[in-house]
Design a protein around this ligand. Structure first.
Ligand SMILES: C[S@@+](CC[C@H](N)C(=O)[O-])C[C@H]1O[C@@H](n2cnc3c(N)ncnc32)[C@H](O)[C@@H]1O
Length: 205
């Protein structure tokens, strides 16, 4: 592993929300609720993170000058609220989501909010990640199919400075492995870990 743990202090929970994030989060929550009520078939792998805590974590990362550049990617984006919050901060922001119905909803939401963020439909897993097979056997809630979505986005994995993902319990190692093998040195991976809050690592070599 070439990942360095960065302690995210509990005090981030006292940080004020970004000016426009509360309206954004309220609008997103309404859209998510409407989708869930209208949807006939449940998308089992889709659950949402704590958007307010994510907003505070992004503020803390920004204020602590931890990011090396301006590109953000939400892995397994759902409604891509993380990407929207990153775009609020002027980041060049994209989401990757494998479920077409969620991609459609996320892009409608981004458009309705006038956000520059865009969600791409495909797998976050790039081709030929060394050593992925063993770790892929341990995940149940991530689609481990490989794809060429980064070609469509026009940016490679190592062009991004900050990734965000909400792994299911015990499955964060899958995301960390892809990040470790393919992200650029200096990039950050923020993951939401439920009751444990936010976890942040940097790739150091
Ligand atoms: C736990 S949800 C998180 C949604 C959103 N990031 C959030 O925090 O609110 C995980 C999402 O990852 C998507 N997903 C699973 N495997 C994927 C893959 N290989 N590529 C892209 N998205 C994937 C699922 O469809 C689901 O919407």
């Amino acid at each position: 592993m070439t990942l360095q743990q960065i302690n995210v202090p509990d005090s981030i929970k006292s940080l004020p929300y970004h000016d426009r994030s509360e309206t954004l989060i309220d609008t997103a929550n309404e859209a998510i609720e409407a989708f869930m009520l209208a949807d006939q078939t449940v998308i089992e792998n889709f659950v949402t993170c704590d958007f307010h805590l994510l907003d505070q974590a992004l503020t803390w990362i920004e204020q602590s000058h931890l990011i090396a550049g301006n590109r953000f990617c939400e892995w397994g984006a759902g409604f891509a609220v993380g990407s929207l919050l990153a775009a609020l901060r002027g980041m060049e922001s994209v989401g990757i989501e494998i479920e077409p119905r969620l991609v459609h909803e996320a892009n409608e939401l981004a458009q309705s909010l006038g956000s520059s963020s865009r969600v791409y439909c495909g797998s976050l897993v790039p081709r030929d990640v060394e050593g992925l097979e063993d770790i892929a056997n341990e995940v149940r809630n991530v689609d481990t199919e490989e794809g060429d979505i980064y070609d469509e986005i026009g940016w490679e994995i190592d062009d991004f400075d900050l990734f965000f993902a909400f792994p299911w319990p015990g499955e964060h190692g899958f995301f960390e492995h892809i990040f470790d093998v393919r992200a650029s040195t200096g990039a950050l991976l923020l993951t939401y870990r439920g009751r444990e809050g936010m976890n942040l690592v940097r790739k150091i070599s």
